[in-house]
Design a protein around this ligand. Structure first.
Ligand code: DQQ
Length: 538
């Protein structure tokens, strides 16, 4: 079958073909960013997993190298699963990853560059003293994987390994003096009941002021730590902000954030198995995450590919100390082409206005809305405090008229709106405060069949004192990746329009609330295509 590749991304990371999942071992080394990722070299479904390898100087233009880590020794003969990079003293990178052994046990291995003077670190060797860690009798050998970037305190390296005991999610802590002999700590760094398997844990320090990132080994007085896990039962990720108690070698979440399904998320849409790394060249911490397809397996096989990586995001602690903020790395802006601007534009109830003059299927849109008062906000139903924001969006979609909102963007829209993905705010009045919902609703995104089209949504913890809300959406053919209120709430959604493709996609601003909304300022750019995994030129 010849497939019209209307849903391939223009600027989101993907290889030319086949299946991808988790980002692995991201790092910055001698002027080059490395991204490895879980990859099936034989097809567009999960299987035959190796570490594919790409390099970049700017996190946007990527060149593809040969696979870096693949089954070749007894200790990883049934698969090379997720892991992380650590840069050891003397500027020596090392990768920790999970190998699947002949008994299908999950064990932890290491790999090192064959030749440190190769600027691309193309070849990786797996020394014979592997594995570094195998599951002892007390751990579940089929749920023991995804080692983190190691950190160094008090003369010991430490790494976390994701696991579970029955339904309790666990992040086992291992320590080592020499990165070779690893010993399991008596207590896990952290665990939580009834959360199931903890995949891809991540644990990193964040500064209490400003946006700078910190090296993973920084443990000072005035910092916080963030702890994230990916829960395989719901395929969502959750994080908490808390304290790393060095004396006990344990992590304690603050009482402002909770473990598990009621917790905070980096992304309230399609985003999984994420991982951060510290970029010393720009003093920032960067978050990578995987977004799988929302079409059918049959579609994936026909397309010949499945999975993308989200745009790398700078991540730092909000000034309120209660959550993180995220923003696309600044390098993305080098792809901005022709631009249109809109300012001081009123939107009456029921109105939608087209943003013309850009390639609406592949765009970066940054808009600030304002409103004269909060008086018309709808009542917040107290029942909503205990349900997922997605269920509120399901009841209160873009077509349901409101008071203050819904207002926002109609992305990837066909001319007559047979298809569109609305990304919008809705403001409610609760007993003592206002509550803001950000929604990215895929239900109207496509006339196609066999698609998963959820009304993704998250709450936005923001003060409305200035009576303004901003929204940035990265629109990329089958991706709508939105950052609400300067990165407070983020939602990535995969959609598959049939009419709103390439030049036939449109972009609108809209308001469907009784309060008139003003588009204070809107900038939208057509986005150019970067170099996306062309084979490297040597
Ligand atoms: N994907 C990997 C595992 C990890 C899971 C296997 C998360 O290591 O737990 O491809 O998506």
């Amino acid at each position: 079958v010849k497939v019209n590749q209307v849903h391939r991304t223009g600027f989101h990371f993907q290889p030319p073909k086949h299946w991808i999942n988790d980002p692995n071992g991201p790092m910055y080394y001698n002027g080059i960013y490395h991204l490895f990722y879980q990859y099936n070299p034989k097809g567009a479904v999960w299987g035959n997993i190796v570490w594919a390898h790409s390099v970049s100087k700017d996190l946007i233009n990527w060149e593809a190298l040969d696979r870096a880590i693949y089954p070749s020794k007894w200790f990883d003969i049934n698969g090379c699963w997720s892991g992380s990079a650590t840069i050891l003293p003397g500027n020596k990178p090392v990768i920790l990853y999970t190998g699947i052994d002949p008994k299908q046990r999950q064990i932890q291995n290491y790999a090192v560059p064959k030749n440190l003077s190769d600027p691309y670190l193309r070849e990786w060797v797996k020394p014979d003293d592997n594995p570094l860690v195998d599951p002892d009798k007390s751990v579940n050998a089929s749920a023991f994987r995804d080692p983190t970037t190691a950190w160094w305190v008090d003369g010991h390296w430490r790494t976390l390994i994701g696991s579970r005991r029955k339904h309790r999610g666990i992040a086992y802590l291992y320590r080592s003096k020499d990165f070779k002999r690893w010993v399991k700590a008596k207590h896990p760094l952290h665990s939580a009941a009834k959360t199931g398997m903890w995949e891809c844990p991540d644990f990193f320090p964040v500064s209490l002021s400003g946006q700078n990132g910190l090296d993973t080994s920084v443990v000072e007085e005035n910092i916080k730590h963030v702890f994230k896990v990916s829960l395989d039962r719901t395929r969502y990720e959750y994080y908490t902000v808390g304290t790393y108690d060095l004396k006990k070698d344990r992590y304690i979440p603050d009482n402002t954030s909770v473990d598990g399904w009621a917790g905070l998320r980096f992304d309230y849409g399609n985003f999984y198995a994420s991982k951060t790394f510290f970029d010393p060249s720009k003093n920032r911490r960067i978050l990578w995450g995987w977004a799988n397809e929302s079409d059918s397996v049959k579609d994936d096989k026909e397309k010949g590919w499945a999975g993308i990586q989200a745009i790398p995001r700078k991540i730092w602690l909000d000034a309120n100390g209660k959550q993180v903020l995220q923003w696309p790395v600044e390098e993305l802006e080098t792809l901005r082409g022709p631009k249109v601007q809109l300012g001081n534009q009123k939107l009456q109830k029921g109105e939608h206005i087209e943003v013309k003059g850009i390639t609406a299927a592949q765009a970066d849109v940054d808009v600030t809305f304002s409103f004269p008062s909060l008086d018309k906000a709808e009542r917040f139903d107290p029942k909503w405090a205990n349900i997922d924001a997605l269920d509120v969006c399901a009841q209160k979609g873009s077509k349901v008229q409101g008071g203050l909102g819904p207002f926002g963007l109609l992305t990837l829209a066909s001319e007559k709106l047979e298809e569109f993905t609305p990304v919008f705010f809705r403001i409610f009045k609760a007993q003592t405060k206002h509550v803001v919902l950000l929604c990215s609703d895929a239900r109207s995104s496509s006339l196609g069949s066999g698609l998963y089209k959820p009304p993704f949504a998250g709450w936005v913890d923001v003060h409305l004192t200035k009576k303004k809300l901003s929204l940035r959406s990265l629109i990329d053919n089958s991706v709508v990746e939105s950052f609400g209120a300067e990165g407070k709430t983020v939602i990535l959604s995969r959609v598959y329009p049939t009419l709103a493709v390439f030049g036939k996609a449109h972009l609108f601003v809209f308001n469907n609330g009784s309060e008139t909304i003003k588009v204070e300022n809107l900038n939208a750019w057509s986005m150019k295509k970067p170099l996306m995994n062309a084979p490297i030129r040597i």
